[in-house]
Design a protein around this ligand. Structure first.
Ligand SMILES: [Mn+2]
Length: 359
């Protein structure tokens, strides 16, 4: 595996490349261009600048999270062909600079949803949390306001103000869209871009829905094993792959994460691993916990063992962390707790590897 760390760029991240470089075992950055509007081609010059910046810091830039999909593609509007062509051109541009994997999601309107970005735990650390009762009652616009006021001044990927300004309009465009139509639209998108992926040797890796069930009446199609199976079958190519996010899929206790890793890993379809833990309450609400198995509901040892057993050589990142030690950062994306997560995952990996040799 290649240990990586998500970074939002020199102007919009409290964490520096130098700090990331000093985390033991760190090899690369999970980067993106956050100032290119969704649907537009990522310009060569901006990609080149990011690549140089990361490499000058002694790190690699081989994976992008995310190149977002324009809503017209997800809705299936006639204008989608133009956006699919733009996406293909972005793939070509990224390939020129050594990008190997592109993470994306296919969630209507919202990339991810939480009801509290700073829930205080018993140890006074704060975490992102989700309460279904709040989502059931709240208007999405009101949720956006809550997010803005508790994001410590940082932008939140997927909740960009420009896009959210048209929230009502977006919701009306998605009206009547079913899971089946969304699958059809994903297939249309994949059939459009996978030939370019093959030509450029860039693998796509779809991120699961967060949380993995429908919210605000919008359909979701990356929720469970059956969905993942359907997705990898839409275009039968290793370039049509997955980002296996343990914290997202794991929010539904019937998703057996180690089983999913073994199954789709054996098919060579997992290109990116997001590994984090969550604590699921009795009513199904959840908090993002520390990575340690005993702090959450997921067994991180079993998850890392599954990756080890499939001989995983792809990219991995600690995903989110708690806010600890007085750090002020983008919620979920501070330095300290994610660095602790990396060290824990590396520790599990080393132990599992050595134990396997003893046998
Ligand atoms: Mn994730």
């Amino acid at each position: 595996m290649k240990m990586t760390f998500r970074w939002f760029g020199s102007t919009d991240d409290s964490v520096t490349l130098e700090q990331i470089r000093q985390i033991p075992g760190m090899t690369g950055i999970v980067g993106a261009l956050f100032d290119v509007p969704v649907g537009e081609v990522w310009p060569i010059e901006k990609i080149a600048k990011l690549k140089k910046e990361v490499e000058d810091a002694g790190l690699e830039l081989e994976i992008i999270e995310s190149v977002n999909i324009h809503d017209d593609i997800k809705i299936g509007l006639p204008t989608r062909d133009k956006y699919i062509e733009n996406y293909s051109q972005t793939i070509r541009n990224l390939a020129q600079y050594g990008i190997k994997v592109i993470c994306y999601n296919f969630m209507p309107v919202f990339d991810w949803t939480r009801t509290n970005l700073a829930k205080e735990l018993a140890d006074k650390s704060t975490v992102l949390s989700y309460e279904q009762g709040v989502v059931d009652k709240i208007d999405p616009t009101a949720m956006l306001e809550t997010f803005k006021s508790s994001a410590n001044g940082f932008s939140l990927p997927g909740w960009e103000p420009e896009r959210m300004a048209t929230l009502k309009d977006l919701f009306s465009k998605y009206e009547g869209l079913t899971e089946d139509t969304l699958f059809d639209n994903l297939k249309y998108f994949l059939e459009g871009v996978i030939p370019t992926c093959i030509e450029c040797d860039v693998k796509l890796a779809i991120h699961p829905d967060d949380p993995p069930w429908p919210i605000f009446g919008l359909p979701r199609i990356v929720k469970n094993e059956a969905d993942l199976e359907r997705i990898v079958g839409l275009v039968d190519s290793p370039y049509n792959g997955l980002t296996l996010c343990s914290g997202c899929l794991g929010a539904n206790p019937s998703n057996d994460i180690p089983k999913l890793i073994r199954r789709f890993g054996a098919m060579g379809r997992i290109h990116f691993a997001h590994v984090r833990n969550i604590y699921i309450h009795e009513n199904g609400d959840f908090d993002e916990s520390s990575h340690l198995s005993c702090d959450g509901s997921l067994d991180l040892f079993e998850i890392m063992k599954a990756y080890h057993d499939i001989g995983f050589t792809g990219y991995i990142r600690p995903d989110h962390g708690r806010m600890i030690w007085g750090e002020k950062a983008r919620p979920g994306y501070g330095l300290y707790d994610r660095a602790l997560g990396v060290t824990y995952l590396n520790g599990l990996w080393e132990a599992i590897g050595k134990m396997a040799q003893v046998k």
